[in-house]
Design a protein around this ligand. Structure first.
Ligand code: EPU
Length: 421
C-alpha cells in the first residue's frame, strides 16, 4: 500500500534525536557474514527497508538469520543454497552488488543481476568487475547478469580505482581477504563506513592495514571466524537532522553523532551561521545568527562534502540571504529534488552539474513527489518550514534510510503524519 506524509509547517525543532546505526555500514557488514561459516552478531543495525531487502537476499542465498531484538541480528553461513542474486532482489537495492566479491572468494562463483533501472547501467559497477578480473576471476555479462567464476581461487594484486567507489572498495575488500597473497587497493574509499568495515573484517581474522586512508593493504588468509560487531552511528542521518534543526531555527542534540565523521559538513554549516558544538554524547546544533549565510559547496568523496547531504543542504541554502552554488560531482542525476523545491517556492536554477540557489524569505506547502531517498528527506525538511501543509508522496523511498523519522521529528515539536493512499 502506498503511503504519503502530511507535514504542517512552522515548527521550531527542540530536543534530542537519537541517531540510528549507519545504513551504509550495516549493508556491507551483514554481507560479510558470507565470508565465514561461524556466527556473527551485529548490534545497532538500523530498522530500515534497505536492511530488510538485503536480509531477504542473504536468506535466499542460504544464510541463517536470527533476530535477537529490533537492532540485533545473528547471521551464519554454513553453506549456500545459491550463489545467485536474482534481479528481483537487486532491482530493489543497488547495494546487493556487494555479494559478488564474497561469493566469488569463498564459493568460487557468483551470479549477480545488474542493477535494473540504474541510469548509469553497467558503468555503475564496471570498477567492481574490473577489479575481480584483475584478481583472476572470469567475468561475463549474460542476460542482464554478471557471472563471475574463480575455480582456482582469487589472487591478490595491485588495484588502482580510477574513481573512488565506496561499495567497489568494500566488495573487493571482501574478495581480497580470502584471496591468495597480498592485494593493495589504491585510491580506495576513505569513508568512516569503509574504515569501520575493515575493522569488522579484521575482527573476523582478516589482515588489513591502511583502513581510512587511500591505500589499503590486505594480506589474504585461508579462513575467517565469527565475531560481534556494533554498527557506528549514521552520519548522513545526523547531518540530515542537523539541517532540519538549522532551517527551523531550533536547537537539537544529535545523540551519538560523531563530530569527526562530518567535520567538513559541520564547518560548512558553521560558515552558514549554524552552530555545531561537539558534546560528550553527541553534537548540539542551533542557529547562531539571525539569518543563514550563503556558502558554496561541491560534493566530493570523504572527507569532502557528502553527496548524500546535498539535497538537504539545498533546502538550507533555499532560505539564505544571498546566492549559493551547489555542485554535484559524484552522481550525474542527483538534482531531482530541485523541481519539487521550486514548486514550494524555492529560487533555484540548474547549470549542468551546478545548482544556483538564491534564498527566498519563505517556502510554501505543496504536494510533492519523492524520487529517491535523500531527495525525499529534503522535501520533508522543506515541509517543516513551509507555510501551510506539504504532502510528500511515494514515501517508500524515505523508509529505505530513515528509521522512525516521524517519531524522531515529532518528539522535537514537528507535525508529521503518515497516511495510506
Ligand atoms: N562508479 C562507476 N563505476 C563503478 C562504481 C562507481 O562509474 O564500478 C561511479 C558511480 O557512478 C559514481 C561514483 O563512481 O558516479 C561513486 O559511486 P560509488 O561507487 O562510491 O557509490 P556506491 O558505492 O554505489 C555509496 C553509498 C551511496 C553514496 C555513494 C557515494 C552505499 C550502500 N551506498 O554508493 O549512498 O551516495 O556511496 O558516497 O554505501 C544513499 O545512502 O542515499 C546512497 C546513495
Amino acid at each position: 500500500m502506498l503511503q504519503s506524509m502530511r507535514i504542517v509547517g512552522g515548527c521550531q525543532l527542540k530536543g534530542e534525536i537519537e541517531i540510528s546505526g549507519a545504513k551504509n555500514l550495516a549493508l556491507p557488514a551483514l554481507v560479510a557474514s558470507l565470508l565465514t561459516e561461524e556466527k556473527i552478531t551485529y548490534k545497532n543495525v538500523p530498522n530500515l527497508t534497505d536492511i530488510k531487502s538485503l536480509l531477504d537476499l542473504l536468506e535466499y542465498i542460504g544464510l541463517t538469520i536470527n533476530q535477537i531484538d529490533q537492532h540485533t541480528f545473528e547471521l551464519s553461513t554454513k553453506g549456500v543454497k545459491s550463489t545467485e542474486a536474482p534481479y528481483d532482489f537487486v532491482r530493489k537495492m543497488r547495494a546487493s552488488i556487494l555479494v559478488l566479491g564474497p561469493l566469488a572468494a569463498r564459493f568460487k562463483e557468483a551470479t549477480v543481476s545488474l542493477p535494473g533501472g540504474c541510469a548509469i547501467g553497467v558503468r555503475g559497477v564496471d570498477l567492481h568487475i574490473r577489479a575481480l578480473e584483475m584478481m583472476g576471476a572470469e567475468v561475463s555479462i549474460e542476460n542482464g547478469y554478471i557471472k563471475a567464476r574463480a575455480q582456482n581461487g582469487l589472487t591478490g594484486c595491485d588495484i588502482t580505482f580510477p574513481t573512488t567507489t565506496v561499495t567497489g572498495t568494500e566488495n573487493i575488500l571482501m574478495a581480497a581477504v580470502l584471496a591468495k597473497g597480498t592485494t593493495r587497493l589504491i585510491n580506495a574509499a576513505m569513508e568512516p563506513e569503509v574504515e569501520a568495515f575493515c575493522e569488522l573484517l579484521n575482527n573476523m581474522g582478516a589482515k588489513i592495514t591502511g583502513a581510512g586512508t587511500s591505500i589499503i593493504t590486505i594480506e589474504g588468509v585461508n579462513k575467517l571466524h565469527g565475531t560481534e560487531f556494533e554498527i557506528i552511528p549514521d552520519r548522513i542521518e545526523a547531518g540530515t537532522y542537523a539541517i532540519a534543526a538549522a532551517v527551523t531555527n531550533g536547537e537539537v542534540l544529535l545523540k551519538n553523532c560523531r563530530y569527526e565523521h562530518l567535520t567538513s559538513f559541520f564547518e560548512t554549516l558553521s560558515s552558514a551561521g549554524v552552530m555545531c558544538e561537539e558534546k560528550n554524547d553527541g553534537v548540539l546544533v542551533y542557529q547562531k545568527d539571525s539569518e543563514i549565510h550563503p556558502v558554496d559547496i561541491q560534493t566530493a568523496p570523504y572527507p569532502g562534502f557528502p553527496t548524500d547531504l546535498q539535497a538537504q543542504y539545498t533546502v538550507l541554502m533555499a532560505l539564505c540571504n544571498g546566492t549559493a552554488s551547489i555542485t554535484e560531482n559524484i552522481f550525474e542525476n542527483r538534482f531531482m529534488h530541485i523541481s519539487e523545491l521550486q514548486r514550494m517556492g524555492a529560487n533555484i536554477s540548474i547549470h549542468g552539474k551546478t545548482a544556483m540557489v538564491t534564498g527566498v524569505e519563505k517556502l510554501t506547502g505543496a504536494q510533492v513527489m519523492a524520487t529517491d531517498l535523500r531527495a525525499s528527506v529534503s522535501l520533508v525538511i522543506a515541509g517543516l518550514i513551509a507555510d501551510g501543509e506539504t504532502i510528500v508522496n511515494r514515501l517508500y523511498h524515505l523508509d529505505r534510510g530513515y528509521e522512525n523519522i516521524e517519531e524522531k521529528l515529532n518528539n522535537c515539536g514537528a507535525n508529521l503524519e503518515r497516511f495510506a493512499v
